[in-house]
Design a protein around this ligand. Structure first.
Ligand code: CDP
Length: 303
């Protein structure tokens, strides 16, 4: 009974089915035993009292199951896929949506950045030339994890158990990441992980191939764009809190180069999926953008 209570609290529809199935089967067994026991008069009193406790327990578990099912039935969970050009504010938007909806946020770019950092640490990239065969051999040695950090209300990224949230934002990594992300073996591994993360829905993921490859059936797909100068200025402001921050020109060159590499690679290039809604946020404040997108989210949730 305890297990049923727990499962009915944890899950909704499937646990209700389970409870009904379990109850029916259990009651059936109990009834059979009861009939057999009727012939065994001296055992009856104890059995009837334990039987009534059991039935009370099962009825309560039914109530909890029904309550939870009704409660959760109204909370439809969807997948929100956000793709787009470099530095279009995808992750800021994705984080805010996830917080508002109480969904999980996954920054798929951080995963590619972590692999690029590993490749740099192992000196497998030299003058823009990647040693692809060696990198493929190293892939099983790379583990990436996200851990929620309450202080910044965001996720810290770990590469082989070392926190790399800051290191993956360096210009060195930004200059290497699109080269690493073009390798099909890297993509296969990361896409598999990303799909597992979204298996239960209730997720906002941003990247380059989320609506096209990772979650082609996502309920809401957004494609973000903005003028290159505006994007460079935003990213420059973000990075300039750092003493070793790059120049505006360096940032602009990097985002142009990444857009070019990401859009022209053979495997999962950056593309706007036919059913994605395009947003040019050059002239939109974060607030205006959020409001517009929440309207779309609400209409998806009502469908
Ligand atoms: O700098 P920004 O936030 O725009 O990029 P990011 O999301 O951190 O992604 C960094 C790089 O990872 C991209 O330029 C792509 O080369 C690669 N990436 C990818 O190939 N596929 C994804 N789903 C996400 C990122």
């Amino acid at each position: 009974c305890f297990n049923i209570l727990i499962s009915s609290c944890n899950n909704s529809v499937s646990s209700l089915n389970l409870i009904y199935w379990y109850n029916t089967l259990y009651k059936q067994c109990v009834n059979n035993r009861y009939i057999v026991d009727l012939l065994n008069i001296e055992k009856n009193l104890t059995f009837i009292s334990s039987l009534s406790s059991l039935i009370t327990c099962l009825i309560i578990s039914d109530w909890i199951g029904i309550f939870c099912t009704n409660k959760f039935k109204s909370v439809k969970k969807i997948i929100i896929a956000i793709d787009g050009l470099s530095s279009t504010g995808k992750s800021t938007l994705a984080k805010r949506l996830a917080k508002h909806l109480n969904y999980t946020y996954v920054d798929s770019g951080a995963m590619y950045r972590a692999v690029a950092l590993y490749v740099l640490e192992k000196k497998l990239i030299n003058g823009g030339e990647l040693n692809t065969p060696k990198m493929i051999i190293e892939l099983p040695n790379i583990s990436i994890a996200f851990e929620h950090n309450m202080d910044i209300n965001s996720f810290d990224v770990y590469l082989n158990d070392v926190k790399v949230s800051k290191a993956i934002r360096s210009m060195e990594v930004s200059n290497a990441v699109s080269i690493v992300a073009a390798i099909p073996q890297v993509r296969q591994q990361l896409v598999r992980l990303q799909q597992q993360m979204g298996a239960q829905k209730g997720i906002v993921m941003d990247g380059r191939d989320i609506g096209t490859v990772v979650f082609p059936n996502a309920e809401l797909k957004l494609f973000m764009t903005a003028s290159a100068n505006i994007r460079a200025k935003r990213r420059y402001d973000e990075l300039s809190t750092n003493s070793s921050s790059p120049s505006l020109q360096e940032v602009l060159d990097n985002i142009n180069l990444r857009d070019e590499l990401d859009s022209t690679r053979k495997d999962s290039p950056l593309l706007k999926s036919n059913d994605a809604i395009e947003f040019d946020n050059s002239q939109l404040s974060q607030e205006q953008q959020f409001e517009k997108i929440m309207e779309l989210v609400n209409s998806c949730l009502q469908l």
